[in-house]
Design a protein around this ligand. Structure first.
Ligand SMILES: NC(=O)c1ccc[n+]([C@@H]2O[C@H](COP(=O)([O-])OP(=O)(O)OC[C@H]3O[C@@H](n4cnc5c(N)ncnc54)[C@H](O)[C@@H]3O)[C@@H](O)[C@H]2O)c1
Length: 257
C-alpha cells in the first residue's frame, strides 16, 4: 500500500462510538476522530457533558447518553448509533478512579468500579462486535491504565479492572481477528484530566501534583489528553492495520512491561 503517511490516519466515512466522551481523554478522542473525518457518537453518563463534546465536534457530532455499567444501556447506545450509520469504530473510554486501602473497600465501591471499568468494557466490546462481525470489519480500542503495570497501594480494585481489560483485549483480538476486526488498547500514564487534576485544586497543589508525577517519568513529563488521543487514532485507522491484541503504553516511560 502506498499512501501519504497522514492519509493512512484518515477516518473519512467511518462512524465511531466513544464512551466517556464527556470529558478528558474521551472528549479529546472525539475531537481527533472528527478532525480525521469520522462521524462521532459522543456518549457519556453525563448527557450535558456529551452534548458539549458534540457541540465542539460540530456537524460530525452526535450525542447518545449511556451508562456503561448497564448492559442494556450499552445496547441502546449501539442501536442508536447504527441508526445513524454502521459502527466502524468503538472506543471504550468511560472509567472511574477509586483509591481505597483493601480493608476500606466497600461492596458498593467494588461494584461501582468493576461494573464501569471492567463490565462496561466487556459489554461495549460485545455490542460493537455483534454489529461488526456480519460486515467483516471494524476496530475496537479499550482504554486501560498504567495501574495495570505497576502495583500501587490503594489502587487494587482499579488496577484489577484495568488488568482484566488488557487480557480482554488480547482474547478478543484472537477471537475477532478472523472476522476482520482489530482489538487494541491504550494504557495511559498520569494524564492531566478532571480525574487526576480536578478544578478544585489550587495552583500550588496542581503544580506539586504535576512535579511529583513528572519525576516518575524518564522524560520528566506528564501526559495531556492529546497524547492519548493520537495513539487511539493510530490504532483506529489504517495506519494500525497490522496491529491487534496490543496495549500501547502511552505513559512517558514510567512502566516498560
Ligand atoms: N487521566 C489519567 O491519568 C488516566 C490514566 C490511566 C487511565 N485513565 C483512564 O482513561 C479513561 C478516561 O479517564 P479521564 O482521565 O479522561 O477521566 P474523566 O473523569 O475526565 O473522564 C471519564 C468520563 O467517563 C464518564 N463516566 C463515568 N462513569 C460512566 C458510566 N457509568 N457510563 C458512561 N460514562 C461514564 C464520566 O462522566 C467522564 O466524562 C478512564 O478509563 C481512566 O481509567 C486515565
Amino acid at each position: 500500500m502506498t499512501v501519504e503517511p497522514w492519509a493512512s490516519q484518515r477516518l473519512d466515512g467511518k462512524l465511531a462510538v466513544i464512551t466517556g466522551a464527556g470529558s478528558g481523554i474521551g472528549r479529546e478522542v472525539a475531537l481527533f476522530f472528527a478532525a480525521a473525518g469520522a462521524q462521532v457518537v459522543a456518549s457519556d453518563i453525563d448527557g450535558n457533558a456529551a452534548r458539549e463534546t458534540a457541540a465542539l465536534v460540530g456537524a460530525a457530532g452526535h450525542v447518545v447518553p449511556a451508562d456503561v455499567s448497564d448492559r442494556l444501556s450499552i445496547e441502546r447506545l449501539a442501536d442508536a448509533a447504527e441508526a445513524i450509520a454502521p459502527i466502524a469504530l468503538w472506543v471504550n473510554v468511560a472509567g472511574v478512579g477509586a483509591a481505597a486501602s483493601l480493608c476500606d473497600v466497600t461492596p458498593d465501591l467494588y461494584d461501582r468500579v468493576t461494573r464501569i471499568n471492567m463490565d462496561g468494557v466487556f459489554w461495549g466490546c460485545a455490542a460493537a462486535a455483534r454489529r461488526m462481525i456480519p460486515r467483516k470489519g471494524g476496530a475496537i480500542i479499550n482504554i486501560s491504565s498504567n495501574a495495570a503495570d505497576q502495583p500501587i497501594p490503594t489502587l487494587s480494585v482499579y488496577a484489577m479492572t484495568k488488568a482484566a481489560v488488557n487480557m480482554l483485549t488480547r482474547s478478543l483480538a484472537a477471537e475477532l481477528g478472523p472476522h476482520g476486526i482489530r482489538v487494541n488498547g491504550v494504557a495511559p500514564g498520569f494524564t492531566l484530566t478532571g480525574m487526576t487534576a480536578p478544578d478544585r485544586l489550587t495552583d500550588e497543589e496542581r503544580a506539586a501534583l504535576i512535579a511529583r508525577n513528572a519525576a516518575r517519568s524518564p522524560l520528566g513529563a506528564v501526559g495531556e489528553p492529546c497524547d492519548i488521543a493520537q495513539a487511539v487514532l493510530y490504532l483506529a485507522s489504517d495506519a494500525g492495520r497490522f496491529v491487534t491484541g496490543q496495549t500501547l503504553r502511552v505513559n512517558g516511560g514510567v512502566a516498560m512491561p
